[in-house]
Design a protein around this ligand. Structure first.
Ligand code: AMW
Length: 152
């Protein structure tokens, strides 16, 4: 089975639901909200400033497509789209990635708490394998998203 690199992680094709010329999108092993997915450049560049213009263009047009997909698929009404660019901004995986998070009314008591959650959900002391979703669960979600993409 083919795999893709996401920083130090090897991502199985079953967790990837979209691949373009320069980018890919994968489901999250520890989503902050339902439908929290990641969009990355295929080249494992560490920081946003390291991307070439064609990679930025492909990354953001892919993020736009993925954002529309997950908002609809997870019955959300808004989106939080974020890049934690560098360790002081909360980046743990040294490979640029855009977080796409479907939002709904009342999902957080304080709306911007999502940024606190994003910053801390995968910090080393909180990120135990027992808290990750199973490969089967992730593969099932990716299959659904792939189906949805193929039907539009
Ligand atoms: W960062 O804190 O670097 O902005 O975000 C890393 C994100 O990648 C987190 O949401 C984390 O849950 C997710 N993640 C890390 N490793 C994997 C993996 N192997 N498969 C899927 N998602 C992952």
């Amino acid at each position: 089975m083919s795999t893709l690199r996401f920083g130090q992680h090897i991502i199985k094709a079953t967790a990837v639901f979209l691949q373009t010329e320069l980018s890919f999108a994968l489901v999250n092993r520890k989503p902050v909200v339902p439908g929290h997915v990641l969009v990355c450049p295929l080249r494992p560049a560490e920081r946003f400033r390291d991307l070439q213009p064609d990679e930025v263009a492909d990354l953001f047009s892919t993020a736009q497509r993925v954002a529309a997909l997950v908002e609809k698929h997870f019955n959300a009404t808004s989106l939080t789209i974020a890049i934690q660019d560098g360790p002081e901004a909360g980046q743990t995986v040294k490979h640029v990635h855009v977080h796409v998070l479907p939002r709904r009314a009342g999902d957080f008591e304080r709306n911007d708490s999502i940024y606190d959650e994003l910053q801390k959900h995968d910090r080393e002391e909180e990120d135990e394998p027992s808290k990750w979703r199973t490969e089967a669960e992730m593969a099932a979600e990716a299959t659904e998203l792939r189906k949805q993409l193929n039907s539009t």
